[in-house]
Design a protein around this ligand. Structure first.
Ligand SMILES: C[S@@+](CC[C@H](N)C(=O)[O-])C[C@H]1O[C@@H](n2cnc3c(N)ncnc32)[C@H](O)[C@@H]1O
Length: 228
């Protein structure tokens, strides 16, 4: 029996500490574990923003800056926010980065044109509060693109994905980085509400045309929407 997943402030401290611990090899493990697919997922998310060149996009939970780099490559002005200093220190981007809790960003209301968030929905302690914070900072007409891991719909793909996520990820992550962290990360998907609930939550804070796109056979999901 594994220990129950942490909640509230205990979870926030655990998540911050975990990412500080794995920051050094975070990018390497990501590339190996997704067979490089994570790069294409971020590229697709950025493409789905469809904002004018020069738009300001906040990347929430930016980690080592992969989304910021992709945003800049696409002609956007990116600003990254993350609370794990270890991740920010290893960031490979010249976008401005801010150490902050994404549930309380030091940004004025409606001051950005868009927001992205990669693989962090399951990491925050209050998902509804995260969506509200996005709705607060994104201007009307602005866009969001949120990436998160997902389970495929088909039973066969789902079984294969579960085996990979629960057995291979801790093994590979443990070999290249930290076993405890890469045992926790697959387990943390349990924090995610079902897709329809998540879409309803995004709509409830004021985003329109909210859509969920399954990527790479459903092992990843992209949620997009327009601020009403
Ligand atoms: C799985 S990493 C994703 C990093 C990056 N977005 C990417 O696409 O690779 C999750 C990140 O979320 C950050 N994070 C989690 N909760 C946060 C919070 N409440 N405020 C700021 N950053 C947070 C962690 O520090 C970590 O860097």
């Amino acid at each position: 029996m594994s220990a129950p997943l942490p909640q509230g402030e205990e979870k926030a401290r655990a998540v911050q500490g975990l990412f500080d611990t794995i920051a050094d090899r975070y990018d390497l493990v990501n590339r190996v574990m997704t067979l490089g697919m994570d790069v294409g997922w971020r590229r697709r998310a950025v493409r789905s923003l469809r904002l004018p060149g020069g738009s300001i996009v906040a990347d929430l939970a930016c980690g080592t800056g992969d989304f910021c780099r992709e945003l800049q490559r696409s002609g956007y002005r990116a600003i990254g926010f993350d609370f794990a200093l270890g991740m920010l220190r290893r960031a490979r981007t010249d976008a401005p980065l801010v150490q902050a809790d994404v549930l309380r960003m030091p940004l004025a209301d409606t001051c950005v044109d868009g927001a992205t968030c990669g693989f962090a929905l399951r990491n925050v302690i209050d998902l509804a509060a995260l969506f509200s914070e996005m709705a607060r900072v994104v201007r009307p007409g602005g866009r969001i693109a949120l990436l998160e891991t997902s389970e495929p719909d088909g039973p066969l793909m789902r079984a294969g994905h579960r085996a990979y996520f629960r057995r291979v990820v801790p093994l590979v992550g443990g070999t290249l980085s930290d076993r405890a962290a890469y045992t926790y990360l697959p387990r943390s998907t349990a924090y995610l509400p079902p897709p329809q609930t998540m879409l309803a939550m995004v709509g409830a804070v004021g985003f329109l045309d909210v859509e969920r796109i399954q990527v790479s056979g459903g092992i990843s999901q992209l949620i997009v929407g327009t601020r009403g």
